[in-house]
Unconditional design. Structure first.
Length: 258
């Protein structure tokens, strides 16, 4: 007698599976220690949205050259997110990487594998957020070395935003960036954002632990504060048609894309 004679075949039904409202994909840096934690804080408050992640190789040392190198691995990493999942939106989670590679190029590389998906990245998301909130005069806080910070400042200025104040922790080691305390980030935001010629603050880098201090910083400054992870989560949700407002995630989530 075969083993199959002892196994009962069960009847079953199928449904739409997880993510009935939206299916999202996230390309995370191999060295990133922060974004998955901060995204979980946001998305655990959002029902019926599925979020799938893949990690892209990158160097621990942050420089224009190492950031641009990721363009070679973007399509193969995007392919780790199964096309059969029919993603609504895929985000590439590197602010400086998207700045160096080019936002249009990031979109094209992801859409080689997922031609029907919408895409975004933190710098595109932030510029959309700044426009939605009507912020023109901004303070920029980064962890990057000077050359990377200047490239980001130029990107924002070309998009029409006045970076009236810029400050950096001046770190090229992504491992160290993830260890910068949230209190240090809060102090930096309050210091640079208090100026009268500043309408809001942008804290750049998916490795910085900024999400947990955004609400407090906004209360103390009386101005919007935007971080890379917050803006990316918001933009992915809004591009997928999800209008939920997670608590303690900043004023940005009370808006839709303008």
């Amino acid at each position: 007698m075969s083993t199959d004679d002892h196994i009962e075949t069960l009847e079953f039904k199928t449904d739409d599976g997880l993510g009935a409202r939206a299916c999202l994909g996230l390309i995370v840096l191999q060295t990133d220690q922060t974004i998955e934690h901060e995204f979980s804080t946001v998305f655990e408050q959002v029902s019926d949205v599925a979020l799938y992640k893949a990690r892209i190789p990158n160097a621990m040392d942050v420089s224009p050259a190492t950031l641009r190198q990721m363009a070679l691995d973007l399509p193969r990493t995007a392919a780790l997110l199964p096309p059969s999942f029919d993603f609504d939106v895929i985000g590439y989670a590197c602010t400086s990487g998207a700045t160096m590679i080019g936002e249009d190029q990031v979109d094209a590389l992801i859409r080689e594998i997922h031609p029907e998906a919408k895409t975004t990245n933190p710098i595109t998301a932030v510029k959309t957020a700044l426009g939605t909130l009507g912020l023109e005069r901004i303070a920029l806080v980064t962890p990057y070395p000077v050359d990377v910070t200047l490239e980001m400042q130029d990107n924002l200025r070309r998009a029409g935003f006045q970076t009236n104040a810029v400050a950096s922790f001046n770190q090229s080691d992504d491992f160290t960036v993830a260890r910068i305390t949230s209190d240090s980030i809060l102090n930096a935001v309050l210091r640079i954002g208090a100026r009268d010629d500043i309408d809001g603050v942008f804290v750049s880098c998916t490795s910085l632990r900024a999400l947990q201090v955004i609400a407090k910083a906004e209360d103390l400054l009386g101005k919007p504060v935007i971080s890379s992870n917050q803006a990316l989560a918001w933009h992915m949700m809004r591009r997928a048609g999800v209008s939920d407002i997670p608590s303690n995630a900043g004023h940005l989530f009370s808006t839709n894309i303008s």
